[in-house]
Write a protein that binds this ligand. Structure first.
Ligand SMILES: [Zn+2]
Length: 76
């Protein structure tokens, strides 16, 4: 999980060991660590959107899931 991504590189899934292009942004907040209006972002490929979302959701951290702008893989 790096915090800086070169603008000319496709965003990559945040799941450990995954190098697939990300198509989802999972925005989350840990109330113990972050201000209430702060959002951390994990990126997820289609295969990991559910597992990453479940991980955050089980801890009550998940705030929203949004499609990544400009992704060529999304329908509609
Ligand atoms: Zn992935």
């Amino acid at each position: 999980m790096t915090s800086s991504t070169p603008a000319d590189e496709a965003p990559i899934c945040s799941a450990r060991g995954c190098r697939a292009p990300a198509v989802w942004a999972l925005r989350w907040n840990n109330p113990r660590l972050h201000d209430a209006d702060r959002r951390k972002t994990w990126l997820a490929c289609p295969d990991h959107r559910e597992s990453l979302g479940d991980f955050l959701g089980a801890r009550g951290f998940l705030r929203e899931v949004a499609p990544l702008p400009g992704s060529p893989n999304l329908e509609g």
